[in-house]
Design a protein around this ligand. Structure first.
Ligand SMILES: Cc1ncc(COP(=O)(O)O)c(C=O)c1O
Length: 424
């Protein structure tokens, strides 16, 4: 049996209908911005492997840090023990955020980083003896696939079988230039009921909904409003963190501070599974009590894993290098140049960029949808042309590793335009 046959025998893939899915691509190595399959065919990883890889694959500096940590200490229980790389991670993450954050809770992935934030919020109010039951989220939101994260995500196709198990969440419309003020007054109406424990949002851009970009001043007002009504806020930076939006975090582009920041994906350079939930001393203090049940009784076997922490610290080192920031700015500029050249083309319903994310909503003559027929057609065309890109329905987007060269970017831009120009 070859790799793909064996895979089909034993593996259950995520987000995949196995009955009619195409064979998986047998990727056997990766370097920089490229993935290589077992026949040596190469693919530009233009979506950074689910938006994770930011310094490029197999980065020698991160590899060395993980290797050295492995030889020193591979893993240790994180309740009742600590280790240097976890402490270094927590201190550096806190210092990389705007003022006001103090405590870092470790978990394994983006969903758990959100799940922990939601649990912290509900328990915060519980510990204070204040009854607040509801959450607020934005239509189209995606915060992950665990139950809490699903509850605050867009309801529908992806989570229908579980819907009866979700807690109470109100969804406000996605904010646009036209409806922004109206959405804020709707929020205020809801918050005035005093029943809202928390408000969660993907800052500046909703990823899974189709890289939908929205205005920082709207977000600033929304967070200020939550503060006014004592609603705790979660900035889900799982996708946007680590310069995807041009700044270290998307929340660097607003002046209000959220009570929680969730991170994952790019936090290790995208190479190890980690979730971080960062919050304030005020939140932490609400869990201090002689009564042990007021502690956050939550954890995972791999909480604070030293290899993951070593990767985080190495990735943060790389972000301190001027070259990395120059590359981020170079990619952001290239996206802007693309927009200058093609942004007004009527094949696009909306063409936008934010930092290193280029988001191209293709005009398909009907409402945009994840299930748009062009998704698969585009995906296959890109594969044939050495590009691994998974469009979100009729939204084609490029968010490449920061080591991607202009020549590689141009290849991606050219192929996108070739596909769209020849599209029936
Ligand atoms: C904004 C956001 N939050 C949470 C998640 C869930 O992260 P994970 O897939 O690591 O569970 C994602 C994943 O795409 C995301 O984009």
């Amino acid at each position: 049996m070859n790799l793909v046959e064996k895979d089909k025998n034993y593996v259950w893939h995520p987000f995949t209908q196995a009955l009619n899915a195409a064979d998986p691509i047998p990727i056997t190595s990766a370097k920089g911005a490229w993935l290589f399959d077992e026949d040596g065919k190469k693919y530009l990883d233009a979506n950074s492997s689910w938006w994770t890889i930011n310094h490029g694959h197999a980065h020698p500096y991160i590899a060395k840090a993980i290797h050295e940590q492995f030889l020193k200490m591979d893993h240790v229980i994180f309740a009742g023990a600590t280790h240097p790389k976890a402490v270094e991670t927590a201190e550096r993450i806190v210092n990389s955020l705007p003022d006001g954050y103090q405590k870092v809770f470790f978990s394994d992935n983006g969903s758990t980083s959100v799940e922990v934030g939601i649990k912290m919020i509900y328990q915060y109010w519980h510990n204070k003896g204040i009854a607040k039951k509801r959450f607020l989220a934005i239509e189209g939101a995606y915060h992950g696939d665990t139950f809490g994260a699903m509850s605050v995500g867009q309801r529908g196709y992806f989570n229908k079988p579980f819907e009866h198990l979700f807690f109470d969440v109100d969804f406000i419309p996605f904010p646009t230039a036209e409806n922004g003020a109206e959405v804020l007054s709707k929020m205020e109406e809801l918050f005035a009921t005093n029943d809202f424990a928390g408000f969660i949002f993907e800052p500046l851009v909703q990823g899974a909904a189709g890289m939908r970009i929205y205005d920082s001043s709207w977000l600033n007002s929304a967070v200020a409003l939550a503060k006014k009504y004592n609603v705790l806020t979660i900035a889900d930076e799982v996708m946007t963190g680590f310069y995807r939006t041009g700044t270290m975090f998307a929340i660097n582009q607003i002046s209000e501070t959220a009570d929680f920041v969730c991170m994952s994906k790019g936090v290790t350079g995208g190479v190890m599974p980690v979730g971080l939930t960062v919050t304030t001393q005020k939140v932490f203090d609400a869990f201090l009590s002689e009564d042990t049940s007021k502690a956050l009784l939550h954890g995972h076997s791999f909480t604070g894993n030293p290899l993951s922490c070593a990767a985080i610290c190495a990735s943060l080192d790389l972000f301190e290098q001027e070259d990395t920031i120059n590359s981020i700015n170079r990619i952001a500029n290239a996206h802007q140049d693309f927009l200058k050249k093609h942004g007004a083309n009527p094949i696009f319903k909306k063409a936008r960029a934010l930092g290193t994310i280029l988001s191209l909503e293709v005009e398909v003559g009907e409402e945009s949808s994840y299930f748009s027929a062009i998704r698969l057609e585009a995906y296959n065309f890109f594969l044939e042309n050495n590009l691994l890109m998974r469009p979100l329905g009729n939204v084609i987007f490029i968010n490449p590793p920061y080591c991607t060269t202009n020549e590689e970017l141009n290849h991606a831009y050219d192929k996108v335009m070739e596909f769209l120009t020849n599209m029936k």
